[in-house]
Design a protein around this ligand. Structure first.
Ligand SMILES: [Zn+2]
Ligand SMILES: [Zn+2]
Length: 109
């Protein structure tokens, strides 16, 4: 199934709505109002499961895909929360990147 077909499919509309209700229409990561739904593991060929989805606000979703995903290491929720914490403590993207490079070295070197 093509992405565009999937995101227009009634199944996606139902399951995304269900996830938003579970999370009370609040961002799973920062608690602000959520209008989007994020896939923890994106499986382009299969149907989604509720536990693979998270309600997310526009800001966190943008940060996840445009910044966090470009960092080295595991793109887990735990690391995303750490990323947000560093971001909101005023660190620059470069400084955050150094933090994750070091973290990655510590665990995988
Ligand atoms: Zn958020
Ligand atoms: Zn996403």
């Amino acid at each position: 199934m093509e992405d565009a077909d999937y995101f227009n499919h009634p199944f996606w509309k139902i399951i995304r709505q269900k996830r938003l209700r579970i999370d009370n229409f609040k961002c799973y990561y920062c608690g602000r109002p959520a209008t989007e739904v994020h896939h923890l593991k994106y499986n382009p060929c299969g149907l989604d499961r509720i536990y693979n989805l998270r309600s997310i606000c526009k800001e966190c979703h943008k940060l996840w895909h445009e910044e966090f995903e470009t960092l080295p290491g595991e793109h887990s929720e735990e690391n995303f929360l750490k990323f947000l914490e560093l971001k909101y403590s005023g660190l620059s993207f470069r400084e955050i990147k150094i933090y994750f490079v070091n973290l990655y070295r510590k665990y995988y070197a």
